[in-house]
Design a protein. Structure first.
Ligand SMILES: [Zn+2]
Length: 218
């Protein structure tokens, strides 16, 4: 019952990319934001040095900063891409707006499988659960490893903040509701690894988060 989590911070949006792997060196790649050669090389070197066998590519959601390395990772490691079905239009739209964000060389790709709420995914001998937390994006999921109480929470919640909801498919009330219903139902000591910025815990955010914490007015 050991799940290791490696994080990288990539692209001008300072997006956190994750590799989850276990003692058998089986791993999954989550939200590859690696946008250029140097960032991709950094990821490749880690995979090589650790001897990790990547088996799956997962997206918490499909905003541009989380999918910049999707096509590359699929090709480089032969990985199938899994996203929630509600993210299909979100992923599709990236090719339209990526150039406006300065990512002229963005290469689009499609999902191979669809993630379902409460589904279990295997990483070697470990299992992670797919939890559905829409609001920042319509098909946003988070990945929870129960045994080690660790959760890759994407852009649902950040240390002291929450994801923006002004992008297409965003829903502020739904996000607040799902954070409380799903993320805050996890044990207080659960470590949350957001898509941007440092890790936090469920307990810390329940106490201190100005949007969803105990003293929030929302
Ligand atoms: Zn996002």
């Amino acid at each position: 019952m050991m799940l290791k989590i490696k994080s990288f911070t990539f692209n001008p949006f300072q997006e956190n990319t994750f590799i989850l792997y276990d003692e058998t060196k089986s791993g999954v790649l989550i939200d590859p934001g690696c946008a250029d050669l140097a960032e991709r090389r950094e990821l490749e070197e880690f995979v090589l040095d650790e001897g990790i066998q990547l088996t799956q590519l997962l997206n918490t959601h499909c905003h541009v900063d989380h999918v910049l390395g999707n096509a590359w990772a699929k090709r480089r490691y032969g990985l199938p891409l899994s996203i929630h079905q509600n993210e299909i239009p979100v992923l599709k739209s990236v090719e339209v707006y990526a150039p406006q964000y300065g990512f002229a060389s963005y290469e689009s790709t499609e999902a191979d499988h669809f993630l379902v709420e409460n589904q279990t995914l295997a990483i070697g001998k470990e299992n992670i659960e797919v939890l559905f937390v829409p609001g920042h994006a319509p098909g946003h999921v988070v990945f929870y490893h129960k045994e080690s109480k660790q959760c890759i929470c994407g852009d649902t919640l950040f240390r002291g903040s929450i994801g923006r909801t002004d992008l297409p498919g965003g829903d502020h009330h739904l996000l607040l509701q799902k954070i409380r219903e799903v993320l805050f139902a996890l044990p207080d000591e659960t470590i949350l690894y957001p898509g941007h910025g440092p890790a936090t815990t469920v307990g810390f955010e329940k106490q201190n988060n100005p949007f969803v914490g105990k003293n929030s007015i929302y």
